[in-house]
Design a protein around this ligand. Structure first.
Ligand code: TYM
Length: 332
């Protein structure tokens, strides 16, 4: 059976982008067809300025939301990255496999680093090594497939490169993973700024739909989405990115095709109304289930505890083998 690994970083509240780009497939497809592991990657949340209490709160909320969205602990393994030491252990060995040049070329490092410098903040070393830790997350489980949104493609490519390089130098150790992406909505854009990705921590929340937004808030955000000055509803990601984004969102929610949907609408207003209702209906059960689960933090703790034990059992022998292969003394 194929093995799947993916994760979500608790740097902000989960968004519609996270859901349509990744989480929904984990729930509807991946956990049913493969040995699937999903992680709240809390170590990754420490790579930028952070508030410890907030990261802890968001980590718990992310785990609760993943369960609310439908991850089933009987079918998959859900755990917190920091509960499984193997990620950090393997990350160091992969730092000895990667070069600083390839890490400096990573788009996310360049963008986030530039943003931090512009704000007068220092750039944490861990922001540079971020993709190495992510490669460790993936390779520690001999993962075949990594279901992610489009923005993670370059990082998964690095994980592939590191796996191949390590295997060639030190002997067959890792599976070479591949990224899988959803057919539509692999890159959900910000509703106010449709040239940028809908991200957890975009400055104002006005263009971001959060999974826990109330129905009326979702409606308001979608109805106020920036479109363009054209009249016709057409699917043109370059020329009309705001409208294309709404068509992608509607298609992803309703199971349709964005090009075909474009032909159905005569006005931006009716497209927005239908997109808003489709998102509200999609998120309603997630929000309701989240409220129930949030009332029982003991359950979430238990899921994470069992998940970490299962994850550790898979990763431990792989990382031990990597340690031996690269030349470290066996612990006796
Ligand atoms: P993160 O937390 O930013 O996002 C989690 C998942 O959601 C997808 N995603 C989107 N998809 C479509 N449109 C969007 N606007 C959008 N925003 C986010 C992301 O592609 C991702 O699949 N580095 C990762 C976390 C990570 C990871 C891993 C993922 C750490 N280790 C190992 C896979 C395997 C990240 O920051 O995701």
């Amino acid at each position: 059976m194929a093995r799947i690994f993916s994760g979500v970083k608790p740097t902000g509240h989960l968004t519609l982008g996270n859901y349509l780009g990744a989480v929904r497939r984990w729930v509807e497809v991946d956990q049913h067809r493969a040995e699937a592991l999903f992680s709240v990657v809390d170590l990754h949340a420490l790579t930028v300025e952070h508030d410890p209490a907030r990261v802890r709160r968001l980590s718990r909320q992310a785990a609760t939301l993943l369960l609310a969205a439908g991850l089933d602990p009987e079918r998959c393994t859900l755990f917190a990255q920091s509960h499984v030491d193997e990620h950090a252990r393997l990350s160091y060995v992969l730092e000895c496999t990667a070069t600083d040049g390839e890490l400096r070329r990573m788009i996310q490092y360049k963008e986030k680093g530039a943003r931090a410098r512009a704000a007068g903040e220092s750039v944490r070393l861990s922001l540079l090594t971020y993709p190495v830790l992510m490669a460790a997350d993936i390779l520690a489980y001999r993962t075949d497939e990594v279901p992610v949104g489009e923005d993670q493609t370059q990082h998964v490519e690095l994980a592939r490169d590191l796996a191949v390089r390590f295997n060639q130098r030190y002997g067959q150790t890792f599976t070479v993973p591949r990224a899988t992406r959803p057919a539509v909505a692999a890159r959900v854009m910000d509703l106010q700024d449709p040239m940028s990705k809908m991200g957890k921590s975009h400055e104002s929340g006005a263009g971001i739909v959060y999974l826990l937004d109330e129905a009326d808030v979702v409606r308001r955000k979608v109805m106020r989405a920036v479109t363009d000055s054209g009249r016709e509803v057409s699917y043109d990601r370059e020329g009309s990115p705001g409208v294309a984004n709404l068509l992608d969102i509607l298609a992803a929610c309703s199971g349709g095709n964005p090009e075909e949907l474009a032909g159905v609408y005569e006005s931006y207003g009716s497209l927005k109304r239908d997109a808003a209702e489709a998102v509200v209906e999609l998120l309603r059960p997630v929000r309701e289930r989240h409220a129930e689960l949030a009332a029982d933090p003991g359950y979430v703790d238990e899921v994470l505890r069992e998940g970490a034990a299962r994850a550790r059992a898979v990763a431990r022998p792989v990382v031990d083998q990597a340690y031996r292969a690269i030349g470290l003394l066996e612990a006796v």
